[in-house]
Design a binder for this molecule. Structure first.
Ligand SMILES: [Cu+2]
Length: 151
């Protein structure tokens, strides 16, 4: 038990100066904080696939981006940033309903997310990407990083 704790502390310290979540390898880091949830609604009656996308969820995530070498972690606005819930079901996946607002202080609030268990899967993640100007963003393949949601 003591050995495990010592190893864990070493691991934490070794990564203290790194990004908790890197958006890309060189520049930006992401900080996330659940303001509400994440809630997995397992009691909703079974509905046809994708119907859930119309329902309004309660889970709210606060996201900030900061420069990797900025120890003050000052929140930045990222042009064209995409933050969205993604579900993986077997060999395919899909986006689902959400709303993103940029609050004062460059805090991104992602709300109205409804995480539902579907066909036995609760494999939800939050994906982050940046849309390039003049190009259509592909939600399935253009993300830069993804964080699995632990319910
Ligand atoms: Cu699904």
């Amino acid at each position: 038990m003591k050995l495990f704790l010592a190893l864990f502390l070493t691991f934490s310290i070794a990564h203290a100066s790194e990004c908790e979540i890197p958006l890309n390898e060189t520049e930006f880091c992401i900080n996330i904080e659940w303001q509400e949830g994440p809630h997995l609604n397992q009691s909703a009656p079974r509905r046809p696939h994708m119907k859930h996308a119309m329902e309004q969820g309660k889970s709210i995530l606060l996201v900030t981006f900061y420069l990797k070498d900025d120890s003050s972690k000052a929140p930045l606005e990222i042009d064209g940033v995409k933050i969205y819930p993604w579900m993986t079901m077997g060999h395919h996946g899909h986006i689902s309903k959400h709303n993103v607002e940029l609050l004062e202080g460059n805090v991104y609030k992602v709300s109205e997310m409804y995480f539902q268990e579907m066909m036995g899967s609760s494999n939800w993640a939050i994906r982050f990407g940046v849309a390039q100007q003049g190009e259509e963003y592909n939600y399935a393949s253009d993300f830069l990083t993804s964080v699995k949601i632990i319910f």
